[in-house]
Design a protein around this ligand. Structure first.
Ligand code: F6R
Length: 352
């Protein structure tokens, strides 16, 4: 399907958000976030020719931060699929999980290709004789793929890792499809990209950013939708440079529910619900929302209908834009993550 690229004119921008704020988007984050439908299609295409050489029953996705979320989302989707033939695990440390063996496909994902935890997990896993797929836009992962003759999937350059989420996730989904361990998502991917283009969620996101301005955003979702809540949290952290926390149902009913006796006005709670939770969880969400409201927490419920893939990426798209607008409200450029980069430099070289 050929479609015009998304172009946002100045006039259109002014309609969703006051003119004076746009100056803070110095590196064009809005345009990049709004290009998600294109990233989805292109990312899915990237995985087209990538086919694991032999069968496997376990997938381990190693990756941190904006790259690591691809593994969390893959796990969420595969766990939901009753017909799937594999188990997905994520690895976010230095060592490969103990479960890695010859029956494992290890996917190491790092947008830069230089994240030390991911490189280290790859090295320790490769020694255990698993199949390997390396995913990056370049860096050491690409170099190591050449040296060790491991399959490498190259991503386009010049994006912030977290803004490349669709490029990081959709090739992985396609690879599992190619291996015949999950159903074909071709039609859902196409419909998702088309739906994201059609819906203009910018105005809604701008409104939501106003609700959590000056407060700490809290994000709650069913355990099965937790990676999406976590994505919202981390986008508030990295784009708006503000604290944000998330928790899952029904665990939050056993602890965090109590925390609003004091300072309730300091928070805005987003409840991300789907129509796929256990019916008792749906009831818990409704009740918890009331409890928080009664305590004085301002609350918004987000409920996107449709197949899980659509729910996941539509909710992520809305969250990405909400954190973008919150950044502008704070006079913050959403794109740079200087402190993360300086922290990595301060750690000094890591020899694996
Ligand atoms: C920055 C971002 C970070 C990085 C993380 C790991 O936009 O999202 O969370 O993703 O520091 O780096 P990469 O993705 O290069 O492995």
């Amino acid at each position: 399907m050929s479609e015009e690229p998304v172009v946002e004119g100045q006039e259109e921008k002014q309609k969703v958000f006051p003119d004076e704020y746009w100056q803070y988007d110095r590196e064009g984050a809005y345009r990049t976030i709004k290009a998600m439908p294109d990233h989805i299609r292109a990312g899915y295409r990237l995985g087209e020719g990538v086919r694991p050489a032999r069968s496997f029953s376990r997938v381990v996705v190693a990756g941190m931060g904006g790259s690591g979320i691809a593994g969390d989302l893959l796990k969420e989707l595969v766990d939901y699929d009753n017909d799937t033939k594999v188990v997905v695990e994520t690895a976010k440390g230095y060592d490969a999980p103990k479960t890695v063996d010859g029956d494992t496909l290890l996917i190491a994902v790092s947008y830069s290709g230089n994240t030390e935890e991911t490189l280290s997990t790859y090295k320790t896993a490769a020694r255990k004789g698993c199949q390997v797929l390396l995913v990056s836009s370049g860096g050491k992962l690409e170099e190591l793929a050449k040296v060790n003759r491991h399959q490498h999937l190259k991503l386009p350059k010049d994006l912030q890792p977290r803004m490349a989420v669709a490029y990081l996730f959709f090739p992985l989904l396609r690879v599992l499809e190619n291996a015949g361990v999950v159903k074909s998502y071709a039609q859902e991917v196409d419909e998702l990209a088309a739906a994201l283009r059609r819906q203009d969620v910018s105005a809604k996101a701008a409104e939501l950013s106003g609700k959590c301005y000056g407060k700490t955003p809290l994000i709650y979702a069913d355990q099965s939708f937790y990676p999406v809540a976590y994505r919202w949290k981390t986008q508030f952290n990295e784009n708006a440079k503000t604290t944000s926390f998330c928790h899952a149902f029904s665990e939050m009913n056993h602890n965090e529910l109590l925390s609003f006796e004091n300072r309730a006005g300091a928070y805005h709670a987003f409840f991300l619900s789907t129509d796929k939770e256990h019916r008792r969880v749906a009831k818990r969400i409704a009740l918890a929302k009331d409890v928080l409201q009664q305590k004085g927490v301002s609350v918004t419920e987000i409920n996107i209908k449709g197949p899980l893939l659509k729910q996941v990426f539509t909710t992520i798209y809305l969250g990405d834009l909400t954190s973008f607008f919150l950044a502008l409200r704070y006079g913050t450029d959403p794109t740079p993550v200087e402190l993360i980069e300086r922290f990595k430099r301060d750690l000094g070289p890591f020899l694996i």
